[in-house]
Design a protein around this ligand. Structure first.
Ligand code: SAM
Length: 243
């Protein structure tokens, strides 16, 4: 995907809460690649997992799809017959651009883009549900119910892929991972000002939990296996399996 360079926090400013608006959508591919360690690897591997777990006549959900990277990766790898990919985002700026990208890409597996809150979507007959760095932006009190709905909508043998920024259990470990992440951003060309203003803007809306908290929630919802398949610094991806 073509993308303009992210310079949103390059000048001193009165920092307000981060929003997935037009300004962010315009630079999103550059922003996420320079901010999330392993983002491209994660997206491609999710595509591969989709290829492996998609079953004939089933649905694949991409919740919080942004510009559709996960949906497009899934479409590239899925070979099962008669699957549908459903991509949902409640940001109009994201969903509109996502629909344009999807239209430009001739996928064998159809991708339907919906602009709505993911909580309004019925998850049914799913072989795969993905939340790639989305749950972290949802009110913590709502998370148990969302995960339960996903579990209930998955067919046996289905998987839920959850990527999140994590908080480490110990303060010392957490500080170390945050430092390593900031160094990753510096090496990708972000200045100290950009790093600190972005942090200030996002800290009220991105509520990170520990791996253990995610594991407990997934287990409580009924998932039989919870596999941490990727981690770099404080960014991780989990696959939860429903047998
Ligand atoms: C970090 S981005 C996700 C990145 C994307 N999954 C990818 O792989 O490129 C988080 C997205 O979740 C969306 N989002 C946040 N809360 C949502 C909700 N309640 N319903 C639907 N989308 C939501 C945001 O608009 C944003 O586009």
């Amino acid at each position: 995907m073509q993308s303009s360079k992210d310079a949103i926090y390059s000048q001193p400013q009165q920092v307000s809460d981060f929003r997935f608006d037009d300004t962010v959508a315009e630079v999103f591919p550059d922003m996420i690649q320079r901010s999330v360690p392993g983002y491209n690897t994660i997206v491609d591997a999710i595509g591969q997992l989709a290829g492996r777990y998609a079953t004939n006549n089933s649905n694949i959900y991409d919740l919080g799809c942004s510009l559709g990277a996960v949906s497009l990766a899934a479409a590239k790898y899925v070979v099962a017959d008669n699957c549908s990919i459903i991509a949902i985002d409640n940001s109009e700026a994201m969903a509109q651009r996502c629909a344009r990208h999807v239209k430009a890409y001739k996928a064998n597996t159809p991708i339907k883009v919906i602009c709505d809150d993911l909580q309004n979507i019925d998850i049914e007959n799913a072989s795969i549900v993905v939340m790639n760095f989305t749950l972290q932006f949802i009110e913590p009190a709502l998370r148990d119910q969302i995960i339960q709905t996903i579990y209930d909508g998955l067919a046996p043998g289905g998987i839920f892929i959850l990527s999140e920024k994590l908080r480490h259990v110990s303060e010392q470990g957490n500080e170390l991972l945050i430092d390593l992440h900031h160094e990753f951003k510096r090496r990708n060309g972000y200045s100290e000002l950009e790093i600190s203003q972005k942090r200030e803007s996002i800290e009220n809306i991105l509520r990170a939990e520990t791996f253990e908290a995610h594991q407990t929630r997934l287990r409580n919802a009924g998932f039989d296996d919870v596999v941490l398949w990727f981690q770099c610094f404080n960014f991780a991806s989990i696959v939860a399996i429903k047998n």
